[in-house]
Design a protein. Structure first.
Length: 197
């Protein structure tokens, strides 16, 4: 059986924390924190996959907590859940790495949908990151069979990117620029051309 994904709920309001805990606990391992300091301790201590984060809390602000979470573990998905849902706050949160922004009050289906979408995005992001690393490892020339393996990995990467589940990572530019002509042709194929494994 696959282990449950781990979610951290960060909010200074007990009612909000408890509501989110009740919504998420049937599907996830749930941790809670009443402030930013507790949240950062939990992220350092536990294997957290996703954080729901309030913006306005006593002590460390939600934006500062978001920045610190991304320094500790870049792949953690963060959903901002706040009563202060103005475009400026949303833009700042997304700029610093939040994957989504929900305005209070929220409903059950909205929370479960956004959490599932975020975890799916995380899954694709990790897959892309791993594939990019495999491709980079194969880039130095000289060994027979490397190009074939490189092409297979690139096909896999392109298929993930075609799904549109994750953004096109900056790191891929380095891979494309270093690629041999057959690999460049594969990566530069029009998106509407279906690739096969």
């Amino acid at each position: 059986m696959k282990p449950k994904k781990s979610v951290l709920i960060v909010d200074d309001e007990v009612g909000v924390r408890e509501s989110l805990r009740q919504i998420l606990k049937p599907f996830f391992e749930v941790h809670t924190a009443a402030n930013g300091e507790e949240a950062l301790q939990c992220v350092r201590r536990e294997s957290i996959d996703l954080v729901t984060l309030d913006l306005k809390m006593p002590g460390i602000s939600g934006i500062q907590v978001l920045k610190e979470i991304k320094k500790i573990k870049e792949d953690v998905e963060v959903i901002i859940i706040t009563a202060y849902g103005n475009p400026e706050n949303a833009g700042e949160a997304l700029h610093y790495g939040a994957g989504d922004f929900i305005t209070k009050p929220f409903d059950v289906s909205q929370i479960t949908t956004k959490v599932n979408q975020s975890l799916e995005r995380q899954h694709h992001g990790v897959k892309i990151k791993n594939l990019i690393q495999h491709i980079k490892d194969l880039l130095p020339e000289g060994e027979k069979g490397k190009e074939e393996r490189l092409l297979a990995l690139s096909k896999n990467l392109c298929e993930i990117l075609e799904k549109g589940e994750s953004s096109y990572p900056v790191e891929i530019e380095e891979v494309v620029n270093s690629a041999s002509p057959p690999l460049r042709l594969l990566i530069d194929q029009p998106a509407n051309e279906k690739m096969t494994s």
